[in-house]
Design a protein. Structure first.
Length: 82
């Protein structure tokens, strides 16, 4: 019936090492390396969106002030009304 799956070819001079999933440590070095790496990545990427947010906020404030100024009544227009 042929060779079994995983042994379809004969590989010479190759050494395969594997570790059982039950013997692995999934959180090895998490607190020592993972958290500081996360903090470093956050610090590196934190400043990129700041100019866009700042520009959007300043534009919004400017538009609100301009809208309020254009929609108010000017007393000079109504000085000669009786």
């Amino acid at each position: 019936m042929g060779k079994e799956f995983g042994r379809l070819i004969r590989a010479r001079h190759l050494i395969w090492y594997s570790l059982s999933p039950f013997a692995q440590r999934p959180f090895a070095g998490y607190f020592r390396e993972g958290i500081p790496n996360t903090v470093r990545r956050f610090k590196d990427a934190f400043l990129y969106p700041i100019p866009g947010f700042l520009m959007a906020g300043l534009t919004y404030v400017w538009m609100e002030e301009t809208h309020h100024e254009l929609n108010r009544k000017h007393l000079e227009d109504y000085e000669n009304d009786v």
